[in-house]
Design a binder for this molecule. Structure first.
Ligand SMILES: *Cc1c(COP(=O)(O)O)cnc(C)c1O
Length: 482
């Protein structure tokens, strides 16, 4: 194995050191520790020279793939560039302790209140809470509002949430977690909600419908008004999964489309580096009829309109759903992002996100297959199509992209498209970057036809090529064993 791929333990050689200290002339504190508390063997630490230590960690750091060193078109995840100014500004609030009294935290409260107001304006909702820590957490919170609404009206029979099969996977999971039964409905051939299936699905047990829009197919739902009418007439509420708001900002608003409750992902749409699990923020917006159920505390203005305070006195609230007031640092970054772009800038971001995805989709037409070939939103779904006859699949193409310096797109999702590749270029990429990516995708398609074996061997540029994915996920070996 090339030495740069070796673990630091494999590089260890007895007696090597990366430091050179003078002999200790202080009394040995070890003598004070009772013998039974001492380790009975030396710690197994790698022994390594300074240069090998420096190379080891420098090479490890270069093996990280991130938005800062390459194109990262991971569909549904919005791995867009996060302007560094936001990263610079968030730590300015580091010294504020979350247990400080409201009167000592007026700046933070004002920022959060402003943020709630801006999100109301962007989404067309009447109130927002910033508490939920992620998109899925926002879904759970929103669904708790739906249950509280029905129960408050004495309607205890509404136990079913309808979820189209083009929804994000977290939707049915959150509904189940919130105690609802989940009824899945199939998509129509054009990728939208099948209205007949929806009409057949609603009834006196319907608590609501969760709509991911744009759907995981990257498509805008064409029949939203009709969907809203069907669900509302059946007595249900409408939930909007707005994690992918960067497709519609400044253009349409979920609140205007008839939705009662929604969440957005600050860590996708509004600039926070993510991946690897957090921290995130999934604010939830509601229409006025759901305001009484919102989580406590609410940030409210004093009568004089001068100061903010935290109001816990909300008897119908679903309660607290996150410690303190949410992931404040993420909120600060999102605030900076919105303020620096402004209304026009946000709209332009959405327009460019959609333009970039359509550009990539159109450049790939004829080389890859487009299962729902119509204008897409911020991401597009393609498949290998006829390339599969050469014995390659989506996974092979993803591996080949790694060798060409790209993070692969999301693969095998959405589940309803066979061999899906879900490409989300995001608004921050230039035309040159997109062209280079398209060239790489074309090059792979060519190589599939001339040398499929090479594609099967990819990736050859990484320390590990093709692990057994099930074993790697179920029984990961994350420590050194010799
Ligand atoms: C990312 C995403 C979610 C889940 O958000 P998390 O912050 O990862 O919990 C939900 N819905 C859609 C459409 C998403 O893209």
């Amino acid at each position: 194995m090339r030495s740069e791929y070796k673990l630091i333990f494999e590089r260890s050689r007895e007696g090597r050191r990366a430091y050179d200290l003078p002999e200790c002339d202080a009394p040995d504190a070890m003598n004070e520790i009772p013998a039974e508390l001492k380790a009975n063997a030396p710690l197994r630490l790698p022994e390594i020279a300074e240069i090998d230590l420096v190379r080891h960690y420098t090479n490890l750091s270069r093996r990280n793939f991130g938005v800062d060193n390459g194109f990262y078109p991971l569909g549904s995840c919005t791995m867009k560039y996060n302007p560094k100014i936001n990263e610079e500004l968030a730590p300015l609030f580091d010294n504020v302790h979350p247990l400080l009294d409201a009167e000592m935290s007026q700046g933070c409260l004002a920022l959060m209140k402003d943020m709630e107001d801006m999100l109301c304006e962007i989404c067309g909702m009447d109130a927002f809470t910033l508490q939920p820590a992620a998109g899925a957490h926002g879904e759970l919170t929103g669904l708790m509002h739906i249950r509280a609404y029905h129960e408050h009206r004495g309607d205890f029979e509404r136990k079913t949430i309808i979820v189209p099969d083009a929804a994000h996977g977290t939707n049915p999971a959150s509904a189940a977690m919130a105690g609802f039964k989940v009824k899945e409905i199939k998509s129509a051939p054009d990728g939208g909600v099948d209205l007949d299936a929806l009409r057949a699905a609603v009834g006196p047990d319907t608590a609501g419908l969760m709509l991911t829009n744009p759907s995981t197919l990257g498509l805008f739902e064409r029949n939203i008004k009709e969907i809203a009418k069907i669900v509302h007439e059946a007595g249900g509420l409408l939930y909007y999964d707005g994690a992918n708001l960067n497709a519609i900002m400044g253009i349409v608003r979920p609140g205007d489309m008839g939705f009662d409750v929604m969440h957005i992902n600050l860590h996708k749409t509004f600039s926070t580096p993510h991946g690897g699990g957090g921290p995130g923020s999934g604010p939830v917006g509601v229409k006025s009829h759901l305001i009484p159920f919102m989580p406590v505390p609410r940030i409210e203005e004093d009568e004089d309109g001068q100061t903010y305070y935290l109001n816990y006195d909300k008897p119908e609230s679903i309660g607290k759903i996150k410690s303190f007031y949410g992931n404040f640092g993420v909120i600060v970054k999102a605030f900076c992002y919105i303020r620096s772009l402004g209304a026009e800038g946000l709209k332009e971001a959405s327009e460019n996100a959609v333009l970039n995805a359509n550009y990539v989709m159109n450049k790939l037409r004829g080389i890859y297959e487009i299962p729902h070939d119509r204008t897409c939103m911020h991401e597009c779904v393609v498949t290998p199509g006829e390339l599969m006859q050469y014995g390659v699949n989506t996974s092979d193409i993803a591996k080949a992209l790694i060798d060409r310096g790209y993070h692969p797109p999301t693969i095998y999702f959405p589940l309803i498209v066979h061999e899906a590749m879900m490409i989300e270029p995001t608004e921050s990429e230039s035309r040159e970057t997109l062209d280079e990516f398209v060239d790489a995708m074309k090059g792979i398609a060519e190589q599939v036809k001339t040398d499929a074996a090479a594609i099967h061997a990819a990736p050859v540029t990484t320390p590990v090529g093709r692990p057994d994915e099930v074993t790697a996920a179920r029984k990961p070996v994350v420590k050194f064993e010799d």
